[in-house]
Design a protein around this ligand. Structure first.
Ligand code: GLC
Length: 539
């Protein structure tokens, strides 16, 4: 039976860092024609492809590239590095014909300082665009408050022509919009309509909880907090007390919810469109508040708390239970383990191929929308880079601290050809690290790719898996994460063994004695789960 739910609830969404996906013209940078040439791998309607239903493109708008597209200088055009508007229309057609919905990255907390609006705004206080941005005079010879940029240093930058500071929550080349000006909201709504009219199905909202800032520009408090552990990231394995700016005046302002609700109304003008928000996490409740009263604000919100867990059944069970307990009634979860800003999960958790299957098995069987970062279907790891190859300004600034983001953005290793088939030129970053390339894994049904494709197919064929609600099972062995997914016609039970030894299922277990419909193993043992096995039963 066909699903009655919207595509963004039932599909796997693939996060494509276009710059590193496939280069068609030999300049060493991925582009739209390159991506079009690989769409069949993402979904050709058969089990030979990944079977995705959504494709989130990292920003492809014209940009000086200080933050690789997160500094937009024109929201209604395509950066020539990636192609032309004709290429974009072609991509939209080709994606649609494969059942792939396009999601654009909407970066509207800030623009590039090269955007025409900012160029005019910074030239004169009388410019109609001046109030599109946030300005302050000197206060006793200094910036008006202690707000810091997320990328380090003060968030205020002096603008000599008008004799005032402008605010930048990120790089100084990324000037923050003044969302208290209704003209800004109107301009953003027009941008959204522009892309929806061109066939775009959704938007990923960059730093969605940053939009509105305190009107009185009051100081942020500082507190001593324990650093957050991020397994595998040497910067974040030490749990030490650190003095941290609490962004109480700069993020999560109540008016930001109003701005997002107004954007939701624009999205709802066209059927089947959606927004997914990047909400930097302070608390799970604060993240989940961006669903609004359930389903009147963001359609989906990334749950980054899932990403900072240890790789264990217990750790994942805890965050899943907390999420299910606190999710507003009509809200739909979104799960993610890797993206272009954090060390890839395979590296963070030091996963080998069987463990990577367990990870992809988890992502693809939970209730909610899974986001797969490009290369995750292969078990791609971070690439170790020398200082001379770094491109991310954040990485360059903090070298040798491993906080740069280039390592998780390296080109996709397609085959055994020069530059792993990514480009005929010199790749902008060294090619990605993976045990086997796309081509070699493609030929092997037991590779990480073969497994992920097979599970994606199985997920699409079983409504309980792409639609059914979820209930964590009790009584399974401590290393086994087990849960039920059910619709009125079918109940499936998923069991994932987070252990390098086989785990007896035990007579009392609800899955013992049931025949497997799906397994990551070729010959799954009776009454036990093989190490890192993903098994699915019908109850
Ligand atoms: C988001 C993006 C990140 C970017 C930042 C500023 O966190 O994911 O890549 O640097 O916003 O736009």
């Amino acid at each position: 039976m066909m699903s009655t739910l919207p595509w963004w609830k039932t599909s796997i969404i693939y996060h494509c860092y276009v710059r590193s996906f496939m280069d068609s013209d030999g300049d060493g940078i991925g582009d739209l024609p390159g991506l079009i040439g690989k769409l069949d791998q993402l979904n050709d309607g058969t089990e030979r492809s990944l079977g995705i239903g959504g494709l989130w493109l990292a920003p492809i708008f014209p940009s000086p590239g200080m933050d690789f597209g997160y500094d937009v200088s024109d929201y209604c055009a395509i950066d020539p590095t990636y192609g032309t508007m004709t290429d974009f229309d072609h991509l939209a057609d080709e994606a649609r014909s494969r059942g792939i919905h396009l999601i654009m990255d909407l970066v509207v907390n800030h623009t590039s300082t090269e955007h025409q609006w900012f160029r005019e705004a910074r030239a004169s206080r009388a410019s109609p665009f001046h109030d599109y941005y946030i300005w302050s005079d000197k206060v006793q010879g200094r910036p008006p408050n202690n707000w810091g940029s997320t990328f380090g240093g003060s968030a205020w930058e002096w603008n000599a022509p008008t004799g005032e500071y402008y605010l930048h929550s990120f790089l100084r080349e990324q000037a923050d919009f003044n969302w208290r000006n209704p003209e800004v909201a109107r301009a953003v709504h027009d941008i959204m309509r522009f892309w929806m009219d061109r066939g775009v199905d959704g938007f990923r909202l960059d730093v969605a909880n940053y939009y509105v800032k305190d009107a009185l520009l009051r100081d942020n408090p500082h507190r001593i907090v324990w650093s957050q552990p991020m397994p595998g990231n040497p910067c974040a394995t030490l749990i030490i007390p650190v003095v941290q700016e609490q962004r109480d005046r700069t993020v999560d302002q109540p008016e930001t919810h109003d701005s997002l609700k107004a954007m939701r109304a624009v999205v709802d003008e066209r059927p089947g469109r959606m927004m997914v928000g990047e909400v930097t996490h302070r608390s799970l409740d604060q993240v989940l508040s961006y669903y609004g009263r359930g389903d009147d604000e963001l359609n989906l919100v990334f749950n980054f708390f899932f990403m900072v867990r240890r790789f264990s059944a217990q750790a994942f069970r805890d965050i899943i239970a907390q999420t299910l307990a606190r999710l507003p009634d009509d809200a739909w979860p979104a799960w993610v383990l890797s993206n272009h800003d954090v060390v890839r999960a395979v590296t963070r958790y030091r996963l080998d191929a069987p463990m990577t299957k367990a990870m992809n098995g988890l992502l693809l069987t939970l209730w909610g929308t899974p986001f797969l970062y490009y290369g995750e279907e292969l078990g791609m790891a971070n690439t170790a880079l020398s200082r001379t190859t770094l491109k991310d300004p954040v990485g360059l600034k903090y070298w040798p601290l491993p906080v740069g983001r280039d390592g998780e953005r390296t080109p996709m290793p397609w085959d055994d050809g020069p530059n792993a088939g990514f480009t005929s030129g010199t790749p902008w970053l060294p090619v990605g690290t993976v045990q086997d390339t796309y081509a070699s894994q493609s030929a092997d049904p037991h590779s990480v790719l073969g497994f992920t494709r097979r599970l994606s197919r199985f997920r699409a064929e079983h409504r309980a898996l792409h639609e059914g609600r979820m209930e964590l099972s009790s009584g399974s062995p401590p290393t086994v994460l087990s849960f039920r997914r059910s619709t009125p016609d079918e109940t499936l039970s998923v069991a994932i063994n987070f252990a390098s030894t086989s785990t007896p299922l035990g007579a009392g277990s609800e899955i013992g004695g049931h025949q497997a419909l799906f397994s990551s193993e070729e010959n799954p043992p009776d009454n036990a789960l093989a190490p890192w096995e993903v098994r699915i039963f019908r109850l």
